[in-house]
Design a protein around this ligand. Structure first.
Ligand code: AMP
Ligand code: MG
Length: 419
């Protein structure tokens, strides 16, 4: 048996970051930038007003107050999206809207509320003069040119995962496209004579293929593009044909056929088509997995991950091995799930010194997190996986976890709403 870490390391050493592609910024969401993004101009491009109000020379407003307004002559108006050539000299002001460039000569903006404009309108007084009711310091309500981004600055570095704010920065730099690491295409192949696709009727002894769906859904969650190949029968010819079809991708994930019983057919096919090792990994569920590379007809090597067939085993091994591999191909170095420490609510016996991944539902209690085992833990019991929002880890060297013991829990979902 090899430790989980060794298996993961071997997998990560074999898969590579994919090449860049250029695509419209919005569709580059959740992809990793393949180059630095440098600003060619300042943002904001000019000093501008943070308020609706009056652009003034701060020195003109000394001593202004409700009882002692300072009257300025209104010599113009400027809205966002326009500029004004009017220059403010002592004793004058320009009415200004949020986002409008500051007129030359002004160094502060007095917001409407601190002027007598409303009062004047009520009294139907002329608006060519305005009373300032509060003194302004230089810079008041002014957003200086370049306060967000400076020309020449590297705003987003290569390797950055593009979130909505990053997309916004690209947009504010006027960019239509971004150069990002492309998403991996991952083929999904289920194997087993007993499997039928959903929507078809079952003959005695048959079951529906669920792994193609859980795996494809997880690939999508990891930011990959799933290509469902279908079901390979446990025969040389069928497997060969399906696998060959599946190699038209960045990675192939199969499930089933790697445990002792059906080892041979799969093993023969994989040995013929590439270089694959079978590992028994020190984990539960999910002991048997296969990993290696398979060659396409034109000599390209495609990483292949062979997951166990049991529905929960395939999901948990996907979590530990396929997810990190897909993230690496996407250019994301950090592949661990968020982890919390939680008190387990029932005993878990570790019979054979493997690392146990127990399906749990974590909840936040007053004195910390609690992890409740979601039900029977058989590796074919998908319903207890569906209930779980985390995997509680019982270490290899623990013979037993007792109720109340604190276990590390990998969170399966990103948001707290699901906790
Ligand atoms: P295997 O690893 O092929 O020996 O399969 C182990 C168990 O998982 C068997 O009970 C299979 O019927 C079941 N199994 C294998 N593949 C799938 C699948 N795609 N969907 C649902 N169950 C499966
Ligand atoms: Mg099978």
């Amino acid at each position: 048996m090899i430790p989980v870490e060794d298996a993961l390391q071997k997998i990560l050493n074999t898969v590579h970051v994919l090449e860049p592609e250029t695509r419209p910024i919005l569709s580059a969401l959740d992809q990793v930038l393949a180059e630095d993004v440098v600003a060619r101009f300042d943002i904001p491009p000019h000093d501008n007003s943070a308020m609706d109000g009056f652009a003034v020379r701060a020195s003109d407003t000394h001593g202004a107050g409700i009882q002692s307004p300072i009257y300025l002559k209104v010599i113009g108006e400027v809205a966002a999206g326009y500029t004004t050539s009017t220059k403010i000299i002592s004793g004058t002001t320009v009415r200004i809207m949020t986002g409008a460039p500051l007129p030359a000569g002004a160094d502060a903006v007095v917001q409407f509320e601190n002027t007598d404009e409303t009062e004047r309108k009520k009294q139907k007084q002329p608006l060519d003069t305005i009373g300032i009711l509060e003194p302004a310091k230089p810079g008041l309500n002014v957003r200086p040119k370049g306060e967000d981004i400076r020309a020449g600055q590297v705003v987003l570095t290569k390797g950055t995962l593009l979130h909505p704010a990053g997309i916004g920065i690209l947009a504010s730099l006027g960019k239509e496209n971004a150069t990002v690491i492309r998403r991996p295409v991952v083929s999904v192949l289920s194997t087993g004579d007993e499997l039928r696709p959903s929507g078809k009727t079952l003959a005695p002894g048959q079951i529906y293929d669920s792994n193609s769906y859980t795996i494809a859904a997880n690939i999508a969650r990891c930011g990959g593009v799933a290509r469902i190949i279908g079901i390979g029968r446990d025969t040389l010819a069928s497997l060969q044909e399906k696998i060959r079809h599946g190699l038209n991708a960045d990675m192939l994930i199969t499930s089933g056929g790697v445990s002792k019983g059906d080892y041979d057919v799969v093993k023969d096919v994989l040995a013929q088509m590439g270089n694959v090792s079978f590992w028994t990994v020190r984990m539960k569920p999910g002991k048997p997995i296969a990993f290696g590379t398979l060659q396409t007809d034109n000599g390209r090597n495609v990483p292949h991950l062979g997951l166990p067939g049991n529905p929960v085993s395939s999901m948990i091994t996907f979590e530990q091995f396929a997810r990190p591999a897909i993230l690496k191909m996407r250019g994301i170095a950090r592949h661990t799930r968020p982890v919390i420490y939680a008190a387990i609510d029932q005993e878990i016996v570790n019979e054979d010194s493997r690392r146990i991944y127990a399906r749990v539902r974590v909840t936040r209690k007053e004195n910390g997190w609690t992890a409740s085992v979601t039900g029977p833990q058989g590796s074919g019991i998908l319903s207890s996986m569906a209930e779980a929002n985390g995997l509680a880890i019982v270490p290899e060297d623990w013979a037993l976890a007792r109720p109340g013991d604190i276990l590390k829990v990998q969170l399966l979902y990103d948001t707290e709403e699901t906790l």
